[in-house]
Ligand binder design. Sequence first.
Ligand SMILES: [Fe+2]
Length: 359
Amino acid sequence: MAKAAEAIVGWGTGSTSYDAFLEQEGIPVIGGLWVENVLEVPLAPWKRKGGKGAYINLDGSGINTSYIAIDCYLLEIPPGGSLNAERYMYEEILFVLKGRGATDIWSAKTKKQTFEWQEGSLFTIPLNSRHQLFNGAGAQPALLLGCSFAPTMINLMHSEEYIFRNDFIFTDRYAGQDDYFRGDGKIIGKRLLETNFVADVRAFDKLGDDPTRGLGRNIQFEMGCNSMAVHISEFPVGTYKKAHRHEPGAHVLILGGQGYSLEWPEGEKPAKIDWEVGSLFVPPERWFHQHFNTGSTPARYMAFKPRSRKFRTKGKFMNDVSLKHGGNQIEFEDEGPEIRSRYERECAGNGVEVRMPKR
Ligand SMILES: [Fe+2]
């Protein structure tokens, strides 16, 4: 018997159903522009999950500004322990920050299968599959960072029964294939890899050159037939990327290198984010943002975003088209002179040679 949606009700109260859900979760919710290091965020016991956690719903997530938004959270599994078995009607992609362990996946139509993960692994939980996560180490906690479509789904459906106790099985997404989490992947487009598991995104090497936004290489992972996706991007020593802007929700996690990013709404002074491995930031909706490598190694980041290129929620993207042509990218020759001069100063301070094209 379906229960009324009384447990998650936000409409009519001035807040959203997702806000009411967050309150019910009972763990800290961090806001703001960025988190210096996700490894240092205080966590609290998380009754629903069975471990500890915290939400990191930054200003740029889109949760308060957009109909389509993803949230972000840290999830800790105690040493030698496991989380509660669960299923839910929102997509989820998880990245392993620390530790190692395993995930069981099953449904009424598919037998249980287990895959193992380690620090640096990235995987998706196939939509609404039953799953349980285990810590494979007896002495250390495992820490994962997750992004999910919970805000969008909970606000649209506003029914706890629908989200958490739904019997529908998406066999079109996952039908119990033995090799589903093997991580081989299949190239399905230019710098586009369909895969449900990546063993270590920090060392993943099949990135392709992409000069659209300055020197660098990237690849996008299309996981679990999701409408959300992840890409990794790497750019060389002594270089920075072109500024651009877009919809909210691109959660940028620094995987390697040292540098800073600038973020600004049109016509305003930029905010400067000095990052290191473990920094997380989400450029707010339509804010320009620009990434700068000031270290002695290539800089690598990963971006979780509510935008698959295979299963699109929007037909047309103008993110890498110049502002001059109606797009959302500032070409190097059009940027303010202070962008380059600040970068040169920062690199000089680190003894790094600037390798940008002459203006
Ligand atoms: Fe971006």
